[in-house]
Design a protein around this ligand. Structure first.
Ligand SMILES: Cc1cc2nc3c(=O)[nH]c(=O)nc-3n(C[C@H](O)[C@H](O)[C@H](O)COP(=O)(O)OP(=O)(O)OC[C@H]3O[C@@H](n4cnc5c(N)ncnc54)[C@H](O)[C@@H]3O)c2cc1C
Length: 383
């Protein structure tokens, strides 16, 4: 039987706030290490969202990327509390002193707490025919697009995607694929605030994407900031000259990225550091965390998964007799961007090792399949 307990009679009480990539990776690691631990997951959603596959919802129902926590709870034996916990540094300090968190009337004691609340989509104004990341995580984009295609009014349908990061690019290719397949006359613009596409990535990746965008009749408008919607038009401002312009738009997607509400500083073991105090019983992982030392703090599912696993392992080290933790050392091992069916581009192993086309597409499929397997209880991650 399990030996990872604080004393012989009491199983560890573990609480995870946030059931995204980091939270679930930690939970699955915890369950493996301690079959008798009492694990509670707190997340306001009824399901885990496989957000790295969000672009697939251009063609597939949103349910194809939702995994109900009720299903995961049976598989990994935990309690799901469907609740959002609002917190700040003062509250974390109080949690640390009391080793208890409060949900409404209920007090939940813990031995160890993991905070993995991720990051939030950058907010936008509610405007007609404008959909942001929040909206397309809740409403099936396939249905929005179907209704848009079926609407009779315009001869040429104009779609603007604001934000040419990986999400905007992936959506652009999926949408172009559907519109071309449906023989819809369309104009699709991809609007970017900076002068360069995919600035944080190797140049060859940006070049490959631009070539493919041209082939799919997607126009890239650079150095343009979105300033809102007025009637049928979206308003843009040139980031250099400040010149303002208006662009007709039948459908607008605002894919402006995400940022953490509260970025928690952690030591290299994942323990939260407030002021100079290390909270040895409170860990953090994923997009909401910044770890000291050498491990990757990039906001990717890859880092979130590895931080979650590292934090979970360190919780058991901390709870054990030796009470020492190991540093999180993960370095990014690749990043792939889907460019519609049968095409992708990115790097694997080293940022100089660029792959594209069908091999890149297949590699991306394998990465997603590996995550699906993890959620089914088969952990094939070796690093
Ligand atoms: C559209 C899109 C595509 C992406 N594609 C890729 C990709 O291809 N490859 C890649 O590596 N990365 C990708 N990323 C980035 C990656 O998804 C994130 O880095 C990853 O999800 C971070 O994991 P996380 O667990 O920290 O947060 P999340 O996965 O965002 O999970 C956070 C969880 O916390 C919950 N939560 C939030 N607030 C609270 C609260 N107050 N109380 C309780 N629970 C709360 C949320 O409901 C959510 O379930 C993509 C991101 C987006 C938005």
């Amino acid at each position: 039987m399990n030996t990872v307990t604080k004393n012989k009679n009491a199983p560890l009480k573990l609480i995870i706030i946030g059931g995204g990539y980091a939270g679930l990776s930690a939970l699955i690691t915890m369950r493996k290490q301690a079959p008798d631990a009492e694990i509670t997951l707190i997340d306001p959603r009824p399901y885990h969202l496989i957000i790295t596959r969000l672009h697939e919802t251009v063609c597939h129902p949103l349910d194809s990327i939702r995994v109900p926590y009720s299903l995961l709870a049976k598989r990994f034996n935990f309690i799901h509390k469907q609740q959002a916990i609002q917190f700040d540094e003062d509250l974390i300090t109080a949690w640390d002193s009391n080793k208890t968190i409060q949900i409404g009337e209920e007090s939940l004691p813990f031995d160890y707490l993991l905070i993995s609340t991720g990051s939030l989509p950058i907010q936008s104004e509610n405007e007609p025919d404008v959909y942001d990341l929040n909206a397309i995580c809740q409403q099936s984009f396939a249905i929005i697009l179907e209704q848009f295609i079926a609407s009779k009014d315009a001869n040429e349908k104009i779609i603007n995607i604001v934000g040419a990061g990986p999400t905007g690019i992936q959506f652009a290719f999926e949408i172009a694929h559907v519109l071309l397949a449906c023989h819809v006359k369309f104009r699709l613009n991809l609007i970017e605030g900076s002068d360069t596409l995919m600035r944080a990535f190797p140049v060859a990746i940006g070049r490959y994407i631009e070539k493919r965008l041209f082939e799919k009749q997607i126009t890239v408008l650079k150095s343009q900031f979105y300033k809102g919607k007025q009637g049928h038009d979206i308003l843009l401002e040139n980031s250099h000259s400040g010149d303002k312009s208006a662009l007709a738009s039948d459908l607008t997607l605002l894919l402006l990225g995400k940022k953490p509400e509260l970025l928690l500083h952690a030591n290299s073991s994942g323990q939260v550091v407030l002021g100079r105090k290390v909270l040895t019983h409170i860990f953090t992982a994923g997009d909401c965390s910044y770890y000291d030392d050498f491990g990757s703090n990039v906001m990717t599912s890859q880092s979130a998964l590895r931080k979650g696993k590292a934090a979970a392992n360190n919780i058991f080290r901390e709870a054990g007799i030796l009470r020492f933790c190991l540093p999180y050392m993960h370095r990014e091992i690749g990043y792939l961007i889907s460019l519609g069916p049968d095409d992708a581009v990115g790097w694997i192993g080293s940022r100089n090792a660029i792959i594209s086309g069908i091999p890149a597409f297949k590699a991306k499929e394998i990465i997603e399949a590996q995550y699906d397997l993890l959620l089914k209880g088969f952990n094939s991650y070796v690093i």
